[in-house]
Design a protein around this ligand. Structure first.
Ligand SMILES: Cc1cc2nc3c(=O)[nH]c(=O)nc-3n(C[C@H](O)[C@H](O)[C@H](O)COP(=O)(O)O)c2cc1C
Length: 395
């Protein structure tokens, strides 16, 4: 990220999670209920574990905001862990209770988690608790707070996001890359947040069956962003190409093992005549009949909807356990099960939206600049004028 800086801190069972967003123009109006609404979406989804019943995620702003407007300094967003009270002796920053900490020690690395790899990296293989605590997807709460703020900035310029679950395990709800219209029917309160609430009963049954078997599920989430002007990103440097930045941001989400732009996966198997988006003019503007490129050509937005998909592996902690080795004794055995999700796919759309919003807000500010929001507004108007007649913002 070049204009915005974004950092998260905190552990799964520590006192709180923090997100710091630096680089927002001063004077941007924020909306607390908007951020809390996004946090609520992250706690949602059929198949979640007991943790979500303990937590009620609400944003607390401890820096960079006054009277609902950004002040120009780092914006500090915090989120309390209600579960901290059950872990304070194990997780105390200064003096842990040795016996309790020993009882909670993680000595058998769980396959699919950062336990072994992170323990090897940080010389913490005797007890991988510290790795688990930081690698936990509880951190996505911090990302969502920051993402909601970035979405607010984008919305100021008519740039809006939608997302949904497209597939749960092997159960496909929507084939191929989603369109903006496909995602219109998403009900964020439905059990699995798909564009087809009428099909969710069968999906709920599939989650129940996995739970009964002590197993877990992943899936595919789609995100679409509408209203982006052409010209965000760069065709000139590998590390500034927007497709690369988006894929990086999506794959950085816990459990995401692949990401695709537009029909990126499908077009690999097609002829060129079936892979691209012909350009023509209608009402004096450039138009496409299709959007296989997913709004990006050469690593730069082309004015069409930006379409991305993220592929989530099944949750790594299985109630029936997976074979592993105790690193203190060398004994083999199944991994232990701590309260865990059967699937977290219902929470994933808002996390995908958050990462898209973070990357796109950064790119927009790289383009527009502005220490004050009024300067950013002026630059936006100038950009829209320059892009005429081929592109105009949506009314
Ligand atoms: C919203 C969300 C919730 C998750 N909840 C759990 C969970 O309850 N139990 C678990 O074992 N993994 C859970 N995961 C997945 C792990 O965090 C993830 O597999 C682990 O950190 C290793 O990272 P990697 O899969 O990206 O390599 C969750 C992921 C997400 C996105």
């Amino acid at each position: 990220m070049r204009r915005l800086r974004f950092l998260t801190g905190g552990e799964s069972h520590g006192p709180r999670l923090t997100a710091i967003v630096e680089g927002l123009p001063a004077g941007l109006e924020l909306d607390r209920t908007g951020i809390d609404g996004w946090l609520k979406r992250r706690q949602h989804g059929f198949g979640r574990g007991g943790r979500q019943r303990i937590e009620t995620d609400i944003v607390e702003v401890t820096g960079g905001l006054r009277n609902g407007r950004t002040m120009g300094g780092p914006l500090v967003l915090e989120l309390e862990n209600q579960d901290w009270k059950n872990w304070s002796e194990v997780m105390d920053p200064w003096a842990t209770d040795q016996e309790q900490a020993q009882n909670r020690a993680v000595t058998r690395p769980r396959p699919g988690h950062a336990d072994y790899s992170g323990g090897a990296a940080t010389d913490q293989l005797e007890d991988m608790r510290n790795v688990l605590e930081r690698a936990s997807a509880r951190e996505t709460g911090a990302r969502v707070m920051a993402g909601a703020v970035c979405a607010r900035l984008l919305a100021r310029y008519g740039i809006v996001l939608r997302s949904a679950v497209l597939q749960l395990g092997p159960h496909v709800v929507t084939e191929g890359p989603p369109t903006w219209e496909d995602l219109a029917a998403v009900d964020f309160d439905s059990p699995l947040v798909t564009p087809r609430p009428d099909r969710e009963e069968a999906l709920v049954e599939a989650v129940r069956a996995a739970r009964t078997d002590g197993d877990t599920m992943g899936g595919v989430v789609g995100g679409v962003v509408r209203g982006l002007p052409p010209g965000l990103g760069s065709h000139t440097h590998w590390d500034r190409k927007l497709d690369g930045l988006i894929v990086h941001a999506l794959v950085s989400i816990h459990s995401v093992k692949a990401a695709a732009i537009g029909a990126g996966i499908e077009v690999a198997g097609r002829l060129g005549s079936q892979a691209h988006d012909a350009i023509h003019v209608a009402d004096g503007r450039l138009r496409r009949d299709s959007n296989r490129a997913g709004g990006l050509e050469g690593g730069v937005t082309n004015g069409e909807d930006l379409v991305a998909r993220a592929y989530f592996k099944p949750i790594s902690t299985l109630r029936k356990g997976l074979p592993s080795v105790d690193l203190t004794t060398g004994e083999t055995g199944a991994t232990a099960w701590e309260r865990s999700d059967v699937t977290a796919i219902g929470a994933a759309p808002v996390i995908v939206e958050s990462m898209l919003a973070l990357v796109l807000a950064d790119e927009l500010l790289v383009k527009l600049g502005g220490d004050a929001i009024v300067d950013t507004d002026t630059a936006w108007e100038a950009l829209c004028k320059r892009l005429e007649p081929w592109w105009r913002p949506r009314a």
